[in-house]
Design a protein around this ligand. Structure first.
Ligand SMILES: NC(=O)c1ccc[n+]([C@@H]2O[C@H](COP(=O)([O-])OP(=O)(O)OC[C@H]3O[C@@H](n4cnc5c(N)ncnc54)[C@H](O)[C@@H]3O)[C@@H](O)[C@H]2O)c1
Length: 439
């Protein structure tokens, strides 16, 4: 075999995993149907923004550990095929399997006449039972038999955008949904080479592996919405402060301190999509998902606290100059899929405000959506200059260095809405400082 593994789909998950596997000495074939994306990747110019990804790409290509193809039929050059295509939301929240179905059909046709045992590894996020559908599709189009000619393994991905390389190289856990000893051996031998010692592997069934991914993300989303609910209460209490509550409850080991930050809510390509998919999946089984519905309701309305403050402080927003710092759905990425900034900009435009925005790397992506209806600054100083209110939407590190005196010096009115609690309330108490969860 020419390659140890193939990745089908070189998006956030496929590309990050491919470069990390290649860096650990695995021979990787990356398959991507989008020619524009593929051409960029071949030139070591990653279409996604992740720390060190271009360096790793360049190194792996040079060492001939990473090659590429646009053709799915090339999966036959390996025996382990990772599916890393997208699983977007349908209107009703359920996941759309069109990319998975197309890729599995093409894989089946490709392997039809090859006398080798293939393992197809589902890394895309899919609801329980999908691996079974994939098995049926593969059998149907290849004429081969599951467990005899091929195996299907579920290996959900837990990386966080903005930290994808680190998460791929040092995952907290590797979940493997496996049906046979043969597949277990093949996967163990592969992962042993990549992670060497202390392999944190959880072996389970394919359906449990599928559900683990949704349970994982839904619980994290629940923590965030829960803290936003507590923040709403704290805001109504004189000297209430959700930060103090967070610090205290985070000391409880049963709770842990992570994902307790109150703010403007979660966005991105995973949490909203995965929570909606689990709700839709529960509905099929007549299982009540009020708990997750509330998580979404809190999240969908959380950004409105900005408008409550604006209404109180500025009245009508027509012609008012509002600056926005941070556009990506989280720091260290330029991904704006389902980003809170988009909701805020849309609503500000409805109210005819004059908007100036700045993000260290996501300006261009936002420009693709809003064009000339808003203006774009090349740094935070020029963004806030002359504005009557500044809203912090994404907690980029560089924003934390802006001093109260910078706001007073540059803004027409130093009205700050700290949507991510990045500033110290003590240092900012001389300004008109408002923050999520601050009474
Ligand atoms: N982005 C994340 O942080 C993250 C984290 C964990 C899990 N996931 C899950 O992983 C999956 C992939 O997510 P993503 O963000 O990487 O998606 P993405 O949209 O960034 O990338 C998917 C890629 O697959 C390509 N593709 C589609 N069909 C193809 C085919 N037949 N052959 C070759 N390439 C094909 C697309 O062109 C695209 O480049 C999803 O199920 C997602 O829910 C994403």
């Amino acid at each position: 075999m020419e390659y140890d593994v193939a990745f089908v789909g070189l998006g956030y998950v496929g590309l990050s995993s491919a470069v990390c596997f290649a860096d650990r000495g695995i021979n990787v074939l990356g398959i991507e149907i989008d020619s524009k994306k593929l051409n960029m990747i071949k030139k070591s110019n990653s279409p996604i923004h992740e720390k060190n990804i271009n360096e790793l790409l360049q190194k792996s290509i040079k060492k001939k550990k990473l090659s590429f193809s646009k053709e799915l039929k090339d999966v036959t050059k390996t025996k382990i095929i990772f599916l890393t295509v997208g699983t977007p939301s349908r209107k009703d929240g359920s996941i759309d399997l069109k990319y998975i179905n197309q890729a599995t059909k093409d894989i089946a046709i490709a392997i039809k006449n090859i006398q080798e045992y293939f393992v197809i590894v589902v890394k895309s996020t899919v609801v329980p039972g999908t691996a079974l559908k994939i098995v049926k599709n593969l059998e149907r189009y290849s004429g081969k038999k599951n467990s005899i000619d091929f195996g299907v393994v579920v290996n959900p991905e837990f990386l966080q955008e903005g930290n994808a390389i680190n998460d791929s190289l040092k995952p907290d856990k590797i979940v493997l949904g496996i049906n046979s000893e043969k597949d277990k051996k093949i996967m163990f031998n592969l992962f042993k080479k990549i992670y060497r010692k202390n392999l944190p592997i959880v072996y389970t069934t394919p359906s449990n592996a599928e559900l683990i991914k949704y349970a994982n993300n839904s619980l994290l989303a629940t923590k965030i919405s829960f803290m936003n609910y507590i923040a709403r209460i704290a805001e109504q209490i004189p000297d209430g402060d959700v930060e103090e509550i967070k610090n205290a409850i985070g000391m409880d080991k049963r709770i842990s301190e992570s994902f307790l930050n109150a703010g403007l809510g979660f966005g991105g390509s995973c949490f909203p999509k995965d929570v909606k998919a689990l709700i839709a999946f529960s509905k099929e089984m007549n299982i009540n998902s009020d708990i997750l519905q509330s998580v979404l309701t809190i999240n969908d309305t959380q950004f409105m606290s900005v408008f409550d403050i604006l209404k109180k402080e500025l009245g009508s927003l027509q012609g008012k100059k509002i600056s926005i710092l941070g556009l990506s759905f989280k720091p260290e990425t330029d991904d704006i899929r389902d980003a809170i900034s988009l909701k805020i900009i849309k609503k500000l435009l409805d109210k005819k405000a004059t908007i100036r925005v700045y993000d260290p790397i996501a300006n261009d992506n936002v420009r693709d959506i809003f064009g000339k209806s808003i203006s774009y600054a090349s740094n935070s100083e020029s963004c806030i200059k002359g504005s009557e209110c500044c809203i912090i939407v994404t907690e980029w590190k560089e924003f934390k260095n802006i001093k109260p005196k910078d706001f007073t010096r540059l803004m027409k009115r130093p009205l700050i809405i700290d949507g991510r609690r990045i500033f110290s309330k003590k240092k900012f108490n001389k300004l008109e400082y408002h923050a999520i969860g601050l009474g």
